[in-house]
Design a binder for this molecule. Sequence first.
Ligand code: S3P
Length: 435
Amino acid sequence: MTASPSEALVGEAQIPGDKSMSHRALLLSALAIGEARITGLLEGEDVLRTAAALRACGVAIERSSNGQWRVEGRGVGGLIQPNQVLDLGNSGTGVRLLMGVLAGQPIRCLLTGDASLNHRPMRRVAEPLSRMGVQFALRDEQFLPGMLEGPGRLLPITYEMPVASAQVKSAVLLAGLAAPGSTGVIEAHPTRDHSERLLTHLGATVNVDAGDGCQEVRIKGEEELIAKDLAVMADPSSAAFAAVAAALLPGSSVTMKGVSTNPLRCGLYRCLEEMGTNLSFTNEREQSGEPVADLLVTGGRLQGIEVPAERAPSMIDEYPILAVAAAAAEGRSVMRGLGELRVKESDRLQAVADGLSANGVEVAIEGDDLIVEGCGGRVPGGGRAATHMDHRIAMSFLVMGLAAERPVTVDDASFIDTSFPGFAHLMQGLGAKLS
Ligand code: S3P
């Protein structure tokens, strides 16, 4: 797919449902008592894989013609032995959260993914779940494909996370739901709290205790969840692509309704404001236990920025698109503490640096930091970016092409469907030149 230099983007964009929340809405509804109807579910490949895996474990999940999803909960511990391999495709969130759910079921199953997912680290989840009694046989002790066997009766633990990961935290909490007593996770830097919010919304007892430079999240085990109808908010990580495109193209004015304003997801928006973008959040409200608002972004000129490492958990998926904004900003930008980007759908640190330099932008990786020399306006472009099976790398470089002097091509746009089906159509509707 190629993005060509475009003029101002104008209009209202309907951003698809939040990926994190969509996985959790399906998984937690499957563990609840009763029936849930879910609206706004992201119908991207990743979430469809989670739905398929749950169906293979006996959960009745149906989509009606109006786009509403219906899940018949089986209760905590109520899933059944699947008679097929559970293939989560490209989805790290899907497989890691599912591991937490499966931990509490007396079943044995084989988990796998695509070439990208099968090279991502799974020990980070297997480690704490093994301590709770789950048995794993992972390829080379850390990768998928792998076998998981639930113990029947889990042990509660308190786990201090060595990496800032909402997926690891969620897997332990979901397993904790099926363990006796209370299970805790200690995190040094708070990560997205969608699991905690949704668990609480469905009746679980979750406590957060902020300590000295860290916080402990605890869940009370062996409590039932009560199914509720859920409305999934628009994904701030997907909205980020339209927001940065609008921010970079002077005269733009793009509105996006019902976007999550969860503070643990808003790091990019804070950066854009610091860089000089005009953002306005109106009609703030709550939806299924999460804060949302309508967002208006208007275009202008951006300044370079220094992003501290502590901000990384609140914008971990947004660095590729922030790097694109930095490339068009005035002056140097420094983004610190990006080690986790190396183990996403691709090595995002390298993929971003390679794509920027292929398009005439001066960029360097120093340790875990990314340094981008801004072009103070349109970037040269004219290059090709390798996407490495990574949806966010593909969308980021397509946005760069809109704000470049010459077109930018990405080698494979097919993975965009994992998180943002209809991306090209939506951007074209705002005036973006994508072909
Ligand atoms: C997610 C957590 C993050 C993020 C991913 C979604 C989640 O991963 O990158 O896209 O829904 O919990 P890590 O937990 O690996 O940081």
